[in-house]
Design a protein around this ligand. Structure first.
Ligand code: ZN
Length: 136
């Protein structure tokens, strides 16, 4: 699937503002971007560590998938995102190998990435995201 590294780890939180002191004050990371992704009904905050990001996800609406996740499982790790050279090709490979897909085709995610999710039923319950920097 041409994976290169872990692009980010998505962490579901009730409040980004309440969690920032841990990531900045304790871990010593810097929040470099806060962005709302309207179609996912989520506010995101990003921290960089090496070439990997941490992405805090706060629901902006009660019917957001993140709100439902928190309701069901509580706050915590929500998904792992792998960087790939081509999300489209990786999806095709996954599908050929019988993996259930959430997204049949890449769609725009936060920070201008093309993203797609694999279904947790096929990934040992770990929600798995593939992403690609379109400029590369
Ligand atoms: Zn993500």
């Amino acid at each position: 699937m041409d994976l290169t590294h872990i692009e980010h780890i998505g962490i579901a939180v009730k409040s980004i503002e309440e969690q920032i002191p841990f990531y900045e004050g304790i871990l010593g990371l810097k929040c470099y971007n806060i962005e709302t992704v309207e179609d996912q009904k989520v506010k995101t905050a990003f921290f960089m560590i090496g070439q990997t990001k941490l992405e805090l996800l706060e629901p902006t609406s009660e019917d957001s998938t993140i709100a439902k996740f928190i309701e069901k499982r509580g706050e915590g790790v929500h998904h792992i995102a792998y960087a790939t050279k081509s999300v489209e090709k990786a999806l095709k490979t996954a599908e050929e190998k019988g993996v259930r897909l959430i997204d049949k085709a890449p769609r725009p995610g936060a920070e201008g990435l093309n993203i797609a999710f694999l279904h947790p039923k096929s990934t040992g319950s770990v929600l798995t995201e593939l992403c690609e920097h379109p400029e590369k």
